[in-house]
Design a binder for this molecule. Structure first.
Ligand SMILES: C[S@@+](CC[C@H](N)C(=O)[O-])C[C@H]1O[C@@H](n2cnc3c(N)ncnc32)[C@H](O)[C@@H]1O
Length: 360
């Protein structure tokens, strides 16, 4: 995966706000029904993107300068006519270029669809289980229940435990998303030079690997669900830090057997309602020695401020998680205090904020 320099937090957020303002400005002269049409294209666009990711078209195009749909179809055993139409539609939005001889090439943003980049996110969103949860949004809003369990009868995590391919796709997706903000997370905090960092529900260990590479004398513990640990081992080995990390199969609801100087919960609380967040924090606080820190990494959402990315992540949590939501700093502090942790420092990255709770 390409190492990206971290965008500085202020300008990155300002750029996103500017983009949203421009989209609103471009919509202003449109007849309202045309603005609706343009927005609903999102559904079609997602599935067109997911198709070229899943079928290896983005990778095949990425490996050469340009190719016709017929050439790609021979290489990938696809239908050339269908493929041409999908790629032509994507060319209208600058994912690929189409020249007069019918040859396609990937654009700068199209290159982010190759394997290991944003392809996982696109494919995860297009999964039938994700789409069905989103399609249940009217019922969720009517009932006040989270959408995913309404249609699937169980939480996302229980669903993943029964669908290992989806679980692994999601773990790879989180790794790619976390990777984008990793340099900022590593730089934003004073990680211990010689101590232990315990990443709780840390996915494939993306943050842990980043922190341990920056702290060659520190050690790590990764607590995760069993289905994620093999991929985590591969990732930590590839990052060259596996011999300094203990992998622990464990549940955030049952107790964590790890003594560390810093505990980490990144994008975990946003998966759960307040009651289950309180349980998770109690479990982590019970493992923490006096003086240890818990660092939450969350994208903050104030109640009355529309945020270009976070307000949509928040609705995605509504769709796919059991009561999950984005929270404000005050709400996170209240949850920390509820577990007996004293709110400490905060530090922003390009995408998120690190929020400390200290065990006194
Ligand atoms: C949104 S992901 C965040 C992963 C990682 N912290 C990151 O930001 O890249 C939430 C993680 O919680 C894990 N998880 C869910 N339920 C869990 C449980 N009961 N015990 C341990 N981990 C759990 C999932 O496997 C998943 O990796």
């Amino acid at each position: 995966m390409v190492e990206l320099p971290p965008p500085p937090p202020g300008p990155a957020r300002a750029a996103l706000r500017l983009r949203q303002a421009l989209v609103r400005a471009l919509d202003a002269p449109l007849p309202a029904h045309a603005a609706v049409w343009a927005s609903t294209l999102g559904f079609m666009r997602l599935h067109a993107l997911a198709t070229i990711c899943e079928l290896g078209v983005a990778d095949a195009l990425g490996g050469r300068r340009r190719a016709t749909a017929a050439e790609l179809a021979v290489e990938l055993d696809l239908d050339a006519g269908h493929l041409h139409r999908i790629l032509r539609a994507l060319a209208t939005e600058g994912w690929v270029r189409l020249d007069r001889r019918g040859r396609f090439s990937l654009t700068r943003k199209g290159r982010a669809l190759r394997t290991g980049e944003m392809d996982g996110w696109v494919r995860y969103l297009a999964l039938e289980s994700t789409r069905r949860a989103w399609a249940a949004m009217p019922e969720a809003v009517r009932s006040g229940e989270p959408a995913f369990p309404l249609v699937h009868g169980r939480s996302t995590w229980d669903h993943f435990a029964r669908h290992p391919q989806e679980e692994q796709l999601f773990a790879r997706t989180m790794r790619a998303l976390t990777h984008l903000d990793l340099p900022g997370i590593v730089r934003a905090w004073d990680w211990p030079g010689r101590g232990t960092v315990c990443d709780v529900a840390g996915g494939t260990g993306t943050v842990l690997a980043g922190v341990l590479r920056a702290r060659p004398d520190a050690r790590g513990v990764l607590v995760e669900a069993p289905g994620v640990l093999p991929e985590a081992r591969r990732h930590l080995e590839a990052a060259g830090v596996a011999e300094r990390v203990e992998l622990r199969e464990g549940s955030i609801f049952d107790g964590i057997d790890a003594r560390a100087d810093v505990y980490l919960l990144k994008d975990v609380l946003h998966d759960w309602d307040d009651a289950r967040c309180a349980r998770i924090l109690d479990v982590v606080a019970a493992a923490m020695p006096r003086g240890a820190s818990l660092v939450l990494v969350e994208q903050l959402q104030e109640p009355h401020v529309p945020e270009p990315v976070v307000s949509w992540v928040d609705v995605h949590m509504l769709a796919v998680c059991d009561g999950g939501r984005q929270r404000s700093l005050a709400e996170l502090h209240e949850l920390l205090r509820g577990a007996g942790l004293e709110p400490g420092r905060t530090a922003p990255t390009a995408a998120a904020t690190l929020v400390e709770g200290v065990r006194r």
